[in-house]
Design a protein around this ligand. Structure first.
Ligand code: WQD
Length: 339
């Protein structure tokens, strides 16, 4: 009997890729997504990839009654919680929307899981909660600096809420995955990053400029304390990231978790600057990207990249795809698949 895995935000960028990975690993993914930052069209595209229409509920995770009805209709063996607002820049402008949505959805989910004795949770956390860490690369033990954005703060508080709940309820087993910067797209170019409106993230904006959909890329500052003055991030292929979720779930099901709360950095261990992304993209696409240097963006951290030893040795996961592959797949998605 296949295990049922509820994926909140399962029609989103990382969520949709994880649905595919879960199916391929022999799980039965069940999607809950209110499409506040995703498109129903992704259900059709996921269907084309996996060959059947996965169970889908267009509910808001903050709606406790609706969420509970899903747990009453199915045995939920595991939950992967993606549903959250995720733009660093936007969270600085709309902090209350981020605190309300990201924290209310998590608390509601934990309540419903406990009330239905559903015990296994993978939480979508983020490297942005490291803030401007003094030491790079960051490990899971790196002290957290002051959050640089409400988004990062919701992820930090989210982890603390889960830790407290695991302490109070030993039956709950949770793993937080601190993502670095997910980019790229599935090889089919049927699913990929498809932000509603103007992209806040670098790569979708960059590929839209390269495709002639936008005039030029604004680089948010080149006066940072980095080799070329632009911010450094650890970009990770979304397919590698999706695989990490499957392995984290499997770790719990196999009883390998060493405590009922674990935490892993999910990155490549390599940092790339904004300008390096531009030049690497131009090399793989053979397209020049028009850009200009603008002011710094509020909420940005200067540099962050992962120490991946724990994920490699304890979780048994490591990133397989490099920046070139990520950008090639992002470009293919922009040209062939984007909606
Ligand atoms: C990257 C760099 C920008 C747009 C993301 C996700 C967040 C989290 C962490 C998972 C920064 C610069 C951007 C542009 C630019 N992931 N930039 N011009 O802010 O690191 O956050 O990764 O939890 O959910 O949003 O990613 O792509 O917005 O920015 O110069 O038009 O690119 O200033 O230095 P960020 P990003």
């Amino acid at each position: 009997m296949k295990k049922n895995i509820l994926v909140t935000g399962g029609l989103g960028y990382i969520g949709s890729h994880t649905i595919v990975a879960l199916h391929e690993a022999g799980f039965n993914p069940i999607i809950i997504d209110n499409c506040s930052n995703s498109s129903y069209n992704f259900l059709n595209r996921i269907t084309k990839i996996i060959g059947y229409v996965p169970l889908y509920y267009s509910y808001d995770v903050c709606d406790k009654k609706s969420l509970d009805s899903v747990f009453k209709s199915h045995t939920i063996d595991g939950v992967i919680h993606f549903a959250a607002f995720k733009s660093v820049g936007d969270s600085v402008i709309n902090p209350l929307q981020y605190y309300r949505n990201n924290l209310d959805s998590l608390v509601t989910l934990l309540e419903v899981m406990q009330e239905n004795e559903s015990a296994n949770l993978i939480f979508s956390s983020s490297c942005s909660l490291y803030g401007n860490a003094k030491q790079q690369p960051v490990t899971e033990e790196t002290p957290l600096e002051k959050s640089q954005s409400p988004y990062a703060h919701t992820k930090q508080v989210g982890e603390e809420i889960i830790i407290a709940t695991c302490l109070a309820n030993p039956k709950l087993k949770a793993i937080s995955l601190r993502y670095f910067n997910p980019i790229g797209a599935h090889s089919s170019a049927l699913i990929g990053e498809s932000p509603l409106g103007v992209p806040s993230n670098l790569i979708p904006y960059l590929t839209q400029v390269a495709a002639g959909l936008r005039d030029e890329l604004l680089v948010h500052g080149n006066d940072y304390d980095t080799p070329d003055g632009t911010c450094i991030r650890d970009y990770i292929h979304v397919v590698d990231l999706a695989e990490a979720h499957v392995m984290a779930l499997q770790r719990i099901f196999d009883g390998k978790h060493q405590s009922n709360y674990e935490l892993f950095n999910i990155g490549t261990g390599k940092g790339s600057s904004v300008l390096e992304c531009i030049t690497t993209f131009e090399a793989v696409s053979k397209v020049n990207v028009k850009y200009k240097i603008g002011p710094r963006r509020a909420g940005d951290i200067v540099k962050v990249w992962a120490d991946t030893k724990k994920a490699n040795t304890v979780l048994g996961w490591e990133a397989k795809l490099d920046l070139k592959s990520m950008l090639e797949s992002a470009w293919k998605w922009q040209l062939e698949g984007n909606i």
